[in-house]
Design a protein around this ligand. Structure first.
Ligand code: 5GP
Length: 110
């Protein structure tokens, strides 16, 4: 069963895609936590940072962050990768949140 994010990548579920390459796809979060909130996801269905294969699309995730930020006009941003249930990971398909567009405050406690 494909993950929710694979279904967005494949166009089965609508998604506001802002950037894509051979390894990653970025789209706007449906429930933004900041004025700009992008989900950057690997094309491969890697479950999370706690289950990385030896090689794969995850190796290209960080490379894409600044490109995605530039596309959506962010010069200052926060990157969050929730890993595991207690950390708030709801979709077991590796993804980074790129948040910006306001003063985000300190990372701890926010
Ligand atoms: P997580 O909680 O796993 O770190 O992040 C999952 C994110 O996916 C959440 O921020 C949630 O708002 C977003 N999300 C859930 N369903 C959809 C959807 O159908 N479309 C989009 N664009 N984002 C979604």
């Amino acid at each position: 069963m494909p993950t929710l994010f694979t279904r967005i990548i494949n166009g089965e579920i609508p998604g506001d895609i802002v950037y894509q390459n051979d390894h990653v796809v970025a789209f706007r979060d449906i429930a933004p936590q900041a004025p700009v909130h992008i989900v950057l996801v690997t094309r491969e269905e890697t479950p999370g940072l706690d289950a990385l294969p030896a090689s794969g699309d995850h190796q290209h995730l960080l490379d894409a962050v600044a490109k995605v930020a530039a596309v959506v006009g962010l010069t200052s941003y926060r990157v969050v990768i929730n890993t595991g249930e207690d950390a708030g990971q709801t979709v077991r398909h590796l993804h980074a949140h790129i948040l910006g567009g306001r003063d985000l405050g300190p990372v701890v406690g926010s």
